[in-house]
Design a protein around this ligand. Sequence first.
Ligand code: DQA
Length: 141
Amino acid sequence: MNLAVIHGPNLNLLGKREPEIYGKDTIDDINFLINDYCKENNIEVIIEQFNSEGDIVSFIGKEQYDFLIINPAAYTHTSLAIKDAILAVNKPSIEVHLSNIYKREQIRHESLIAPAVLGQISGFGKYSYVLAINYLILTNQ
Ligand code: DQA
């Protein structure tokens, strides 16, 4: 099982970016948690952060993974291109968000990505990623 985790735009700024919404953990803290949890569970993981939509589309299109966990960040609400890439490669994928997007501004309530993935986990901070990894573990993927 090769897992890829993609963090979308501005998630490189976690820690100082609106900590009241996203928490105080940096992306390195979150990646440490993901790496550690994957190691404990014998899951091979690669983690990438991209600010540009094209880089995310290109990464998905290279198909170097069996399973994808993606926080598309603001592209969640705008990107048909990322949705199309996920549909094109047709590999199991989970969408995650640190914040509960349904508790926030109306514009964040719609995800263009959601119809292309197995499901969405939203609102559990850094543990949204861990909950998504648990799906892999529980389903023996
Ligand atoms: C986010 C929610 C998005 O609406 C926002 O644009 C982000 C982060 C989250 O993880 O809560 O950048 O995906």
